[in-house]
Ligand binder design. Structure first.
Ligand SMILES: [Zn+2]
Length: 401
């Protein structure tokens, strides 16, 4: 019995290696795959047969001969199967169909018409998913569903341990979705998933030790250590937003005072804009919002920065300085080779990234800044969906670049 198990495992490993080689180096011939990997031609032929049957690989023309018969070339076929990516946030459920290169083929956003909490969130997710999946008569080509959500996630068991804003505690979401929809399901924390996506498809493909930091409503982080997500004991590693940068200030959702996210997140930026306006300082953002302060958004903040608005520039400087203190601590703790900045405050905001980079390079231990790169995310607009896809693809195919 043991022998059967071993040979099955070897067969499966060969299949991964061969698929990965075709994906990265295709078009490529069967004999070239055998030669490059030291796998026998018979094994390659039978594994390729399976991959073609599963719709993962296709034959694509005739290659150059190195003596004998001209070889048939093989390439990865990313549209032979698909997956469903879901992003569950405080404001909406977004669901998309993606191919195996994490390209979005169809997407729908189901926005909440009132704030949802607890069981109502899960009921809303199920209703949205049911509606989305109703377009598929045949789900046999669907690899499964990958859900990303903020908060503390037990990825191994597919459970949301804690999400304060949606009031979710110990929800076995993977089990619930699998039971209702009959599709294999993955669950991951959103920042972890984005870090993984940066590591698989984005800027971090050559970095085994990298951090992804997101600044928007709150501050989150995904940590890649030695090429894998670092989760900590309870799946809560990376609560960067709740690291303490002040001994005073407003009380945070987490119960503490002086948390980083209350000093650099969008609500803080927004309140600083309002207080500058109340003091009679002139700022273009009021005009950009059509005189309606409730319409002031991160996008308008970025637009005001582009117009060199002094009030917004001053606020950005203060925010960048505080965030830099946190990131200096991260550099000194993790010694990453790459830090990627994302989130609504950072996106399309090169000046902000530049100021953070300058201050971190200046203040972190000089040995640790040697070779350190700090960049804005390159994942593009569909990053939550790409992140969800990366979780599934990494697990099913061990896809990485
Ligand atoms: Zn906190």
């Amino acid at each position: 019995m043991r022998r059967t198990g071993d040979s099955k495992l070897i067969q499966e490993l060969n299949r991964f290696i061969i698929l990965d080689m075709i994906r990265k180096h295709g078009p490529i011939s069967r004999s070239e795959i055998a030669k490059r990997n030291g796998i026998s031609p018979t094994t390659v032929t039978s594994a390729v047969g399976e991959l073609i049957r599963d719709g993962l690989v296709c034959e694509d023309g005739i290659g150059e001969s190195s003596g004998g018969r001209k070889p048939i070339m093989l390439r990865f076929y990313p549209d032979g199967q698909f997956l469903i990516g879901i992003s569950l946030t405080n404001t909406a459920v977004t669901i998309a169909e993606l191919n195996l290169e994490a390209n979005v083929r169809h997407k729908e956003r189901f926005a909440y018409d009132k704030p949802l909490s607890g069981d109502d969130v899960i009921a809303y997710l199920f209703a949205s998913l049911e509606q989305f999946l109703s377009r598929y008569d045949d789900r046999s080509k669907c690899l499964g569903i990958s859900i990303i959500v903020p908060g503390i996630v037990d990825a191994a068991n597919g459970a949301i341990r804690y999400n304060s804003k949606l009031n979710l505690k110990n929800v076995p979401l993977k089990e619930l979705v699998e039971a209702k929809f009959g599709l294999k399901t993955w669950l991951e924390n959103d920042a972890n998933a984005i870090a993984l996506a940066e590591n698989s498809f984005g800027r971090g493909t050559h970095s085994d030790n990298m951090l992804y930091v997101t600044v928007g409503e709150g501050v989150g982080m995904g940590i890649i250590v030695n090429g894998a997500i670092f989760r900590g004991h309870n799946g809560g590693a990376g609560e960067f937003g709740h690291t303490v940068v002040q001994q005073t200030g407003t009380r945070c959702d987490c119960g503490n005072i002086g948390c980083l996210e209350n000093n650099v997140g969008w609500p803080e930026i927004y309140s600083r804009i309002l207080s500058a306006h109340a003091k009679g300082k002139q700022t273009v953002i009021i005009e950009l919002a059509g005189g309606d302060v409730t319409r002031i958004s991160p996008a308008l903040f970025r637009a005001a920065l582009q117009q060199n608005d002094q009030v917004c520039l001053d606020i950005m400087e203060e925010i960048a300085a505080t965030l830099s203190i946190g990131i200096v601590n991260l550099v000194n703790l993790f010694n990453p080779s790459l830090i990627i900045l994302g989130g609504e405050i950072v996106r399309d905001n090169p000046l902000f990234v530049k100021r953070v980079r300058e201050q971190v390079m200046d203040k972190a231990l000089f040995i640790l800044t040697d070779g350190l790169e700090i960049h804005a995310t390159a994942l593009g607009e569909e990053f939550p969906m790409v992140a969800a896809a990366a979780v599934l693809l990494q697990d099913v195919f061990h896809f990485s670049l």
